[in-house]
Write a protein that binds this ligand. Structure first.
Ligand code: G6P
Length: 489
């Protein structure tokens, strides 16, 4: 009966993430143009029929005036989105500062900022305060729209403070939190000045989810070692209840990619690419231009490969799509110049008058062009230094049913745990190893390519984003019901 009641209540899901799945451009005092970004999370939630999702998040734009805010709120409502308005100063301190300059690098094992210790410590504190304040602003919007029985699913490192804010307001709220990045070893997490506050806050949730079992284990270790709490195989004992901790590996909407390959637009793109790179093997990298993606290391490995294998020089090309991201953060600006410098040097060194070995684009591609690129690729290079999961590897596999190309995959991406058997796994820091993997991939026999592809394709097809979202939400419901039953006993 309890479970049936829960099913009946399983109608509304409030998805809270830093960013709404729309890009908003202001066209006038009251006019906004909105474009839905069809990312993994959006299709995951659209695919789950048992509940109706509403999104709460920042629209990614500064809207200082009330008229603009009202108009944007109305426009977003049609897309089932609810905005949280953050002013420029908060965005600077919370998003650029605490989220992207402190938590993001730390969770990817790149450590805390190393500049002048005192200066960092002072700005660290104000950034942490802005982080708390921003999380409270998200909580206010959730509380305003929450109805009894709703499920509230908080996403990612931006909102680690949110579960506590929500539960403080309403103990009965069903709150889940999912981390899309790695959760690092507890020895890394303990260097963070606000390590305990964040752990306490996340533990206020009913269910805490990660992409891999290792991340979940690291989180439980951080709670036991730093907070002295009791860990169990199911989670952490916290304030008289069990906070469930588990792994929920995300996937993609694989059918969307597989179907796209039949579209005329995609076929046209494929023909153009095949013509353009005739007689050459195509190697591909698609990454946000982020230091965790290991783009300089990847390009240096490609250089080493060209250096050691002169006969391949006019037979291979590397297409690197580097999507600009977080461009207000100085680290990202430095990385952009560094990548440009390396690409320029290698093209100068190995290029000919009519061709260069690396085609580097600082922009994203539309969906059809991207699918075509995946489909004509012989070898994909996903060599992140650390990555929560990495869905580019999944998208590539989904588009390779005909070609059966090779995936070179970092052992430090969450995806290595699911696609490891079909990919060539590498340590992205080891440039010699990656250069050797490139050679091996380019020379691989078709029978081996087929075997490897089959393994990965079956995985990508059967572990979809929809299944991921459905599993998390039903586990959250069950966790809450079990906790209620336990307190009644
Ligand atoms: C990662 C994070 C996401 C984030 C995305 C893009 O995948 O886990 O939460 O939205 O990067 O980054 P941005 O800072 O542009 O939102």
């Amino acid at each position: 009966v309890e479970r049936q009641e829960a099913k009946a209540l399983r109608q509304r899901l409030l998805v809270v993430a830093n960013r709404l799945p729309v890009s908003a451009v202001r066209k006038g005092e009251k006019a906004w143009s909105l474009e839905i970004s069809a990312g993994g999370l959006v299709s995951a939630l659209l695919g789950v029929k048992e509940f109706e999702a509403r999104w709460i998040g920042w629209a990614g734009v500064n809207v200082p005036d009330e008229i603009g805010q009202k108009a944007l709120t109305e426009a977003l409502a049609e897309k089932r989105c609810i905005p949280v308005f953050l002013d420029e100063e908060i965005v600077h301190q919370y998003y650029n500062g605490y989220c992207n300059n402190i938590l993001w690098p730390l969770f990817h094992y790149l450590g805390l900022p190393q500049e002048d210790r005192l200066a960092t410590t002072r700005s660290f504190q104000s950034q942490f305060e802005a982080y708390e304040k921003a999380n409270e602003m998200f909580a206010d919007v959730v509380n305003k729209h929450y109805k009894e029985g709703d499920i509230v699913w908080c996403h990612d490192y931006h909102l680690m403070f949110l579960p506590k804010c929500l539960k403080k307001h309403n103990k009965k709220m069903k709150v889940g939190w999912f981390l899309h990045t790695p959760f690092p070893s507890s020895e890394i997490h303990r260097t963070l000045p606000s390590r305990s506050e964040l752990l306490h806050s996340v533990l206020a949730a009913d269910l805490v989810g990660f992409h891999t079992y290792d991340y979940a284990r690291h989180f439980v270790s951080a709670c036991t070692r730093i907070l002295g709490l009791e860990g169990t195989p199911y989670g952490v004992e916290y304030q008289g209840k069990l906070t469930r901790v588990a792994a929920f590996p995300i996937g993609i909407d694989s059918e969307r990619f597989i179907r796209a390959l039949d579209l005329q637009g995609v076929q046209n793109h494929m023909n153009e690419l095949q013509e353009r790179f005739k007689g050459r093997k195509v190697m591909l990298g698609v990454d946000r231009l982020d230091m965790i993606k290991g783009i300089p290391q990847k390009i240096l490995a490609f250089e080493k490969f060209l250096e050691e294998n002169p006969s391949w020089r006019d037979k291979v090309v590397l297409l690197q799509i580097a999507v600009p991201t977080r461009t207000d953060v100085p680290e990202y600006q430095k990385l952009t110049s560094q990548v440009h410098e390396i690409v320029g040097r290698i093209n100068g060194r190995f290029g000919e008058l009519n061709t260069v070995p690396i085609h580097h684009l600082d922009r994203s591609l539309d969906f059809q062009a991207l699918c075509a690129l995946y489909a004509v690729t012989d070898v994909a290079l996903v060599t992140s230094l650390r990555d929560g999961m990495n869905l580019v590897s999944y998208e590539f596999v989904a588009c390779q049913e005909k070609k059966k190309g090779v995936l070179i995959l970092s052992e430090f991406a969450g995806a290595a745990q699911s696609l490891g058997a079909g990919a060539i796994l590498v340590n992205p820091w080891n440039i010699t190893e990656v250069a050797d993997a490139i050679k091996r991939a380019l020379n691989m026999e078709s029978s081996e390519r087929e075997k490897r592809h089959k393994h990965n394709f079956l995985h990508v097809k059967s572990h979809t984003a929809q299944e991921w979202a459905g599993t998390f939400v039903s586990e959250l419901n069950d966790t809450v019901i079990e906790a209620q039953l336990r307190t009644r006993q």
